[in-house]
Ligand binder design. Structure first.
Ligand code: ADP
Ligand code: GLC
Length: 484
């Protein structure tokens, strides 16, 4: 498996959670998985098991692989190349992408393939994630001696397409014959994402609804035609969540454990959250619905909708705790709201694991009005923690949150379809009103959500089906291989 980030070693978003949890889940099912990911600054050195020299864009890079265990059947190999990865950021610094990202992530795939080609026991499947691993199937075809493993490519976010000038084609050791409409050419430039989509034997994305959406222009980000052409090889597999990392019964960040039979610890978490965020911890605030958000502050996550109703938030019957980083205008918006109404709105700009857990547990309502959402993990964490999601009905949010039905008490959250400030306001108000007005129904809603099973075991089983499918169709596949 090849991924550009993996929790807890590196993380900018949900990809990191998936890249760490999926190998573990496959390991639990009895498979053997090696995850290859860069060793960024701050990642501890691991036992070096391999060294090599790889040429990318006319430069020879000295690389080493350090090995660590991820659990039974799963290990990680850190690609160590300080020149490219020992930097303050993962993809960018001060909001500006590194100019040599094409080199950095071409090296990731090239080094992974190079390492694989020197292993005594062949692999069955190579599975790459997002554009950073897009060249893997191409390098595999071009550089791998012996029986080719089957390839799978997973799209976590179609909006990030790894597009660079076509001058990179020969520099990255790629062939002009592949610079075509059904290869990796995209509007006269090279797209790493398109390489992954078109050269892998199978393509997956992280929810069934998103798999449908990306075949349409509204959600295709220019790739809808590409996705339609690959429709027969495309599957949507919903992400799981790491059920140990995110469990209110044994979450070390919470003051007190809780579960659906005893929600007492949730009030303690609310208190801790208010304290952490410097908000009043009086009876009035404890009784008022607390709305939480943990999010990259970008348009994808619906921040523009929130901006459109920002002036009303301080007057709503709610308290807001927000965690995230992203575009300066959205960070400033939240800071301004917090200084306007410091007893009601508090924001922490930054990345903070403890706060993420506290918000998920301590809030009453979790707000996620995404413009698009391939899967989304936070709404699943919320459900597990008895925090009712208010989400837009899009992508993985549709597949994980069921609308509350007052007639039979079924459902797990509140959804709105139309991407508009009015729809967000109305839905948020409905959730707030229900919290205030019908506590019995609210508790039922919480418990409905807490009963849902989003563990990885089911999703990992779906990936195994995809792996078996591509292995069966791959000619000359190796026998007795060792894993993924
Ligand atoms: P995306 O990958 O699009 O950002 P997901 O919902 O799939 O969205 O995953 C986001 C992940 O990143 C979650 O695990 C969430 O808790 C975490 N996260 C996002 N922002 C922060 C932050 N500021 N601090 C801590 N964790 C964060
Ligand atoms: C991406 C998507 C998010 C998804 C995550 C993991 O970052 O934006 O919806 O949950 O990948 O697949």
């Amino acid at each position: 498996m090849i991924a550009s980030e993996a929790y807890p070693f590196s993380k900018t978003g949900g990809l990191a959670d998936v890249a760490a949890a999926l190998p573990r889940a496959l390991g639990r099912l009895g498979h053997e998985v090696t995850l290859i990911t860069p060793r960024y600054r701050g990642v501890a050195a691991a036992t070096v098991v391999d060294t090599s020299r790889i040429e990318v864009a006319g430069t020879w890079f000295e690389v080493a692989f350090g090995e660590a265990s991820l659990g039974p059947g799963a290990r990680v190999l850190f690609l160590d190349c300080p020149l490219l990865f020992d930097r303050p950021g993962i993809y960018n610094e001060g909001g500006v992408d590194y100019g040599d990202n094409a080199v950095r992530f071409a090296l990731l795939s090239a080094a992974a393939i190079d390492w694989m080609s020197r292993q005594p026991v062949p692999f069955h499947v190579v599975h790459g994630h997002d554009w950073q691993a897009g060249l893997a199937p191409v390098y595999l075809r071009d550089r791998f001696a012996g029986g080719l493993p089957a390839t799978v490519f997973t799209i976590h976010n179609l909006a990030y397409q790894g597009i660079v000038d076509k001058a990179w084609v020969p520099l990255l050791g790629l062939r002009w014959e592949d610079y075509t409409l059904d290869g990796f050419e995209f509007y006269d430039r090279l797209s790493f994402l398109k390489a992954g989509v078109n050269f892998a034997d199978a393509v997956t994305t992280v929810s069934a609804t998103y798999a449908d959406e990306i075949q349409r222009p509204e959600y295709g980000y220019g790739f809808d035609g590409v996705m339609r052409a690959r429709r027969a090889h495309l599957t949507g597999i919903l992400n799981g969540i790491d059920a140990e990392e995110w469990d209110p019964r044994r979450d070390p960040y919470l003051p007190q454990p809780y579960d659906r039979d005893d929600l007492g610890g949730k009030a303690a978490a609310k208190r801790a959250l208010l304290e952490t965020y410097g908000l009043p911890v009086d009876d009035e605030t404890m009784a008022r619905p607390l709305v939480g958000m943990v999010s990259r502050m970008v348009d994808q996550k619906g921040l523009d909708l929130i901006a459109a109703i920002a002036g009303e938030l301080p007057y709503m019957d709610a308290t807001f705790t927000v965690l995230g980083t992203g575009e300066a205008r959205y960070q400033d918006m939240w800071r301004e709201l917090a200084s306007w109404r410091p007893d009601r709105i508090s924001v922490y700009i930054g990345y903070d694991e403890r706060r993420a857990h506290l918000v998920e547990a301590g809030a009453d309502i979790f707000m996620m009005p995404s413009r698009y959402e391939p899967c989304g993990l936070n709404q699943m964490y919320s459900l597990r923690y008895g925090t009712v999601p208010v989400v837009r009905a899009v992508g993985g949010l549709v597949d994980t949150v069921r609308p509350y039905n007052p007639r039979n008490g079924q459902g797990t959250g509140f959804l709105f379809s139309h991407y508009s400030p009015d729809a967000l306001r109305a839905t948020l108000q409905a959730a707030i009103a229900m919290y205030r007005g019908n506590r019995k129904a609210w508790t039922r809603l919480q418990k409905n959500g807490m009963r849902k099973d989003f563990s990885w075991d089911r999703s990992a089983g779906e990936y195994v089906k995809v792996y078996k499918g591509v292995m069966a169709t791959r000619q000359g596949r190796p026998t007795g291989g060792r894993g993924i």
